[in-house]
Write a protein that binds this ligand. Sequence first.
Ligand code: COI
Length: 383
Amino acid sequence: MPAFPPPPVNTIDWSNVGFQVREGNPGFTVNGHIESTWSKSTGQWSPLRFVADPYMRIHGMAPALNYGQQAYEGLKAFRTPNNAAITIFRPDRNARRMQHSADVVSMPRVPEQLFLKAVRAAVALNAEFVPPHETGAALYIRPQIYGSSAQLGLTPPDEYTFAIFVIPTGVYHGTHPVKALILDEFDRAAPYGVGSAKVGGNYAPVLRWSDAARRDGYGITLHLDSARHEEVDEFSTSGFIGAIVNPDDAADVTLVAPSSQCIIDSVTSDSILEIGRSFGWKVERRAVKYTELPAFSEVMAAGTAAALVPIRSITRRSVAGSSGGGLSYDAPRTSSGSKGEEIVTYLPQRQEDAGVICLKLISQLKAIQLGKVEDTFGWCVEI
Ligand code: COI
């Protein structure tokens, strides 16, 4: 039997991977994906099967395509030093989060053990696409579950599909500080809605807003609570973390993350907070007021795809005629189309480079994920 893990393929320029699907570039085409089917007649998930194709067969009347009955996950596999092993970062957390998302959109849960087996299989059968250790890049793992049989009425279908795709990736937003724009004219999640579920409906409606923001020079968009626009929820792609450093004692650091019920339970945020705790820093999970933003020494966006992105500034726009300006902000709730006055709420001293807190946290996270330091948390699962 050939030795495992196999070396990385030489068909990819590993120094320039990026965060994108490169269909049509044969070097990037992985071996295939994993599938399992749940049927109402058995009430069970079928044994896992390997499908040597990036395409899936799905009925055009499937609720996934018509009613958005689907959920997805994102996690990563890494190569340890000297190509000794491949590990997956905290897959148990993703298994449980996907169960929560499945509950929210009325789909059967994938049992945790089946999820873990499927993730391992998807990585093992595409192991040569796990990037070289030295690049720091990863194999991104994208589990999905969706209602896949024909169903016209608004009732659950008889069949669901669970699939796991993989793709070699770098980080989403890059590593340089990005400018953030608060979205006031669009709400990602209703107060008692589905904001905590990793379902497509929490992502697709953001596209036009984040695209417009990008055209205006903002690399990332931020959502406030939809009831009042007074508290921070999360970035469109990732979780929010603020750091407060005591000006008289640089070792006295507090990391703050929102406790909103409308946000995704970010595995990366949780890992960053745990790492912060291991440094002896304080950690608070609580409501984060919009008016608190200027008090943060650093703000970061944390997510699987994003890793940890330093935030360069946070801007809010008033609309013409509103009383925007300053921090007692009268949030504009109209869709006037006007861009209004720009109010920079958060602007740290260092803008060109990541701050020291961010650098310390990301280098420790990466060191754990890449097996450069001992994983005292027990997060990395070897396949
Ligand atoms: C991830 O970070 O894995 C996500 O699913 C976010 C997505 C917008 C790329």
